[in-house]
Design a protein around this ligand. Structure first.
Ligand SMILES: Cc1cc2nc3c(=O)[nH]c(=O)nc-3n(C[C@H](O)[C@H](O)[C@H](O)COP(=O)(O)O)c2cc1C
Length: 206
């Protein structure tokens, strides 16, 4: 075994100062998820175990580690909205992750404005330049290789409505960097910001 490689088996612990897992799988886009309970109470929370899983129809998903309010609301109503987190909205996004009782509206907590959605009931974040209105497709409880259930649920939804600030569309092309999206790195506090200088292009082999 090479001394140049640090090896560990996660089930036995990483043995490091910080778990490197989410620093390695990173930076990750953030799923800033708005949802509503059955009585219409609003909820907003960030999820960085988040990604897109299909193109047509577009399907996105996030993992709720534990049974959180977003998961409960989406189970009950079958709808949610994803909102893009930009550098300007970073602090508000952070406020919205506070562990507060279900009746607390994180829109108010974070000083954000709910804007009416067109296809689903939960509102989008008005201050965010891009939002996806989603209908629940599946909720999968994760399991280990041995088949034991894990207290994590993967929530998948079909994107049925897309809002894009026109300022981010240049001649019909969506400009990723122009929105200044932020992504979650690892450790307790790392984030990265997307900048145009970081872009390079590579075409697929024919
Ligand atoms: C950037 C960021 C990413 C997060 N990612 C996740 C995640 O992927 N899964 C998760 O369960 N919690 C995640 N959290 C914590 C939740 O946002 C937090 O538990 C929140 O209170 C859940 O809200 P809810 O109960 O209203 O759904 C994250 C927090 C931050 C700030």
């Amino acid at each position: 075994m090479s001394d140049d490689i640090y090896f560990y088996e996660p089930a036995k612990g990483h043995g490091l100062a910080h778990d490197p897992f989410n620093s390695i799988v990173g930076p990750r886009p953030i799923g800033w998820i708005s949802s509503q309970n059955e009585s219409g109470g609003l909820n907003l929370a960030p999820y960085s175990f988040f990604n897109a899983f299909n193109y047509f129809p577009p399907i996105i998903g996030f993992a709720s580690i534990g049974r959180k309010d977003s998961l409960r609301n989406i189970e009950a109503t079958g709808e949610f909205v994803w909102n893009l987190v930009t550098r300007k909205l970073a602090e508000a996004m952070n406020q919205s992750c506070a562990s507060v009782p279900p009746e607390v509206d994180e829109f108010v907590l974070a000083g954000l404005t709910p804007a009416t959605s067109r296809c689903v009931k939960p509102p989008r974040v008005k201050e965010s330049p891009v939002s996806f209105e989603c209908r629940l497709t599946q909720i999968l409880q994760l399991q280990t290789a041995a088949g034991n259930t894990v207290e994590t649920w993967l929530v998948l939804g079909e994107v049925v409505g897309v809002h894009i600030a026109r300022s981010l569309l240049k001649e019909g092309i969506y400009e990723t960097a122009a929105a200044e999206p932020i992504l979650r790195g690892g450790g307790p506090a790392d984030y990265f910001q997307i900048a145009a200088e970081a872009r390079f292009q590579m075409y697929r082999p024919k």
